[in-house]
Design a protein around this ligand. Sequence first.
Ligand SMILES: Cc1cc2nc3c(=O)[nH]c(=O)nc-3n(C[C@H](O)[C@H](O)[C@H](O)COP(=O)(O)OP(=O)(O)OC[C@H]3O[C@@H](n4cnc5c(N)ncnc54)[C@H](O)[C@@H]3O)c2cc1C
Length: 491
Amino acid sequence: MADVGVKPSYDADVVIAGAGPAGAAAACHLARSGTSVILLDRVTFPRDKVCGDFVGPSALVELDSLGVSRMDRYARTNIARRAALYIGGEELISRPFPEIEGIPSHGRVIPRLALDQFIVEAARGAGARVMEGYRLTGFAAGREAVAVEAASSNGHLTLRCRLLLGADGSSSTVARLMRGSAPPRRDRFIAARAYFANVEGPDDQLDIYFDRSCYPGFYWLFPTGNGEANVGLGLALETWPAHNLTPAAMLRRLMRDDAALAARLRNARLRGKIVGWPLMTYNHRLKIVSDRVMLIGDAASLINPLNGEGIQYALLSARWAAETLAPCLRDDDFSARALAPFAARVESEMRYDMALSRLIVQLISNRALTPLWIGASKILAERAHKDANTARIVSGIFAGLLPARDAFKVVGGTIGEAARSLASKAVTRAFRGPRGWAGPGAYTAPAGFQLASDAAKDPADFAEWLKCAAACTLELGSQAAWHIIASSRKG
Ligand SMILES: Cc1cc2nc3c(=O)[nH]c(=O)nc-3n(C[C@H](O)[C@H](O)[C@H](O)COP(=O)(O)OP(=O)(O)OC[C@H]3O[C@@H](n4cnc5c(N)ncnc54)[C@H](O)[C@@H]3O)c2cc1C
């Protein structure tokens, strides 16, 4: 580690760059335990952040521990008790969130303008020094301190601290400087969101929509209360073949063409603009600690690639970081080795689940497989109508309550059934001869034929997709095996 020549006199024990849910929650936990904290953000609060605004039940538990749930304005935020799934404008299933002991059976939809302000207030109340309008521009980690460079409209300053927490979101400067590069393109999602007033339908229901024209993306309508709603769309950046519309353009088209969404927006008014934002999804290979520096929340790419949910992981990683730091602060040891338990905790809590999510996203990002996924979603919905346990698992996945691994058997069996159904269609087609093979395009062609035709058109792209799918399968296999061994040792 290069010595930057600072004396061990500090402006704060910990400087946190970014006062979103991750940074503000970490500031609150640390300040409460007596640690001196400076929380910097490049903007002033309240500030908007492009998001779906859904705060799942597990995130509500974290907000409770921060004291946010005792605020009057929080109590007035909109409660979501159920989720409905639509495919191609048709409702497949609508279910209340499952009951799980110790966790509320509802979520909330809280515009980020309000949510992030609540958490910053909690941090300030706990004793953190909040510096708004200060942008971290660089840092140097030395033997005795970190020198954090920040710029504001009044000029430049250097803050000395014992540890820097990078909580500066999906385009994190701290992460880029720590790793020396930007995260890989294939972990990137792009998303867009807009607010509407005068929306029809129930205020306590989250609507999630799929349509083959935007697979592997999904879009949503999340009511924020009083007839208003957050409407948005998220999409993996790398698909095969590539999409040629921007998320905002795709969302505009779906608001017009999707019968279910259009019905809820029949008399609605757009408030403001449709705004886009990038997301970086979880990748266990990315470094999240180094000497005197840690990353949390989106800066550490702690986003579930399957549903874009990140607030819960931002809040959880903030608490895990504060817990890891307690002995480091006591022993004055902030080496990468002393901080490693944080990375290990993130890995043990998230890696297995995210391995399954990543494999699913990798498979669906090949648009030739769209019929398989549409078929699997329909089969899953049909099963959920008949079987209470499947219904519980489906609604639990939407609410971010159940680890993906719990859903593995149900989802795996469903994909198998969908694949068998597609294969039988393919065989029927094959028997019909050449006229049967040349179906009316990608939507009706069985996935296998479409896959083969796409591979022939662009073998290099196809080989890259196949390589990534194989890597994701291996990762999932190794995680599953590791968990079996670990649980048999415990048993
Ligand atoms: C369209 C969309 C929809 C989403 N929907 C949901 C959803 O419904 N539910 C859910 O759980 N998750 C959702 N997410 C993910 C969620 O928004 C993030 O996971 C969450 O915001 C992460 O919080 P964070 O504190 O890590 O980062 P952020 O909320 O991004 O906060 C980072 C903060 O750092 C500040 N900052 C940035 N750079 C600097 C710098 N150099 N110096 C100082 N400050 C800096 C920023 O101003 C910002 O305040 C969605 C994301 C998108 C894009």
